[in-house]
Write a new protein. Structure first.
Length: 198
């Protein structure tokens, strides 16, 4: 950026020591979700990513890989499939995954909309959720408690992210932050357990 650039905050991006960045712990949230699935005895944990040109998708996929590696499992032996954030893409991705490996007993999905597609496929193919298939999404949509079964998911604190970004920007405009005082904020996520996990 040019030296004369006005105060600026980068939101949901890679940390950069030259600028102030505020983001969400996508990798940690995914890791915690998959670690929980491992803790309840699930052996074949698949993953449906968002579009991999999105940073959030790559971070959540990395969290899935981290948890499997920590448990001594090779992520390459567990299937994953790229989705496009929509329910229909989630259903199509899961249909392909389960046909390749009918032994899949859990799936971590990169957003709740795609998880809804997984639940629809399970319902129409007589797969019992959560007995035979545990499902965890990401975002905690306001509709997630009303899915059938209610969706276990990971919070996505966008309101807090926006609030911190605006307050930080106002301080920069007012000159209460040193021009060189760039910093990184990563907001934690929280796993919300509902009916799609035992």
């Amino acid at each position: 950026l040019p030296p004369s650039c006005p105060p600026i905050i980068f939101v949901k991006c890679h940390p950069n020591p030259s600028y102030t960045t505020i983001s969400i712990d996508n990798r940690g949230g995914a890791y915690n979700a998959v670690k929980y699935l491992i803790s309840i005895g699930r052996k074949n944990i698949a993953h449906i990513t968002g579009p991999l040109e999105w940073l959030e998708s790559r971070q959540r996929k990395a969290g899935w890989e981290d948890a499997l590696k920590e448990a001594g499992r090779d992520p390459q032996l567990h299937y994953w499939k790229e989705g496009q954030w929509s329910s229909s893409s989630g259903e199509a991705a899961f249909a392909e995954l389960i046909k390749k490996d009918p032994g899949i007993d859990a799936v971590f999905v990169s957003n709740d909309q795609m998880a809804l597609g997984v639940l629809h496929y399970a319902h129409t193919h007589n797969i019992n959720v959560p007995k035979d298939l545990a499902v965890i999404g990401f975002d905690d949509l306001s509709e997630a408690p009303f899915f059938s079964p209610p969706l276990s998911t990971t919070t996505h604190p966008l309101r807090e992210l926006g609030s911190i970004a605006v307050h930080t920007l106002l301080k920069q405009i007012e000159g209460t932050n040193s021009e060189s005082a760039h910093f990184e904020v990563i907001l934690p996520t929280q796993l919300i357990l509902r009916g799609t996990t035992p």
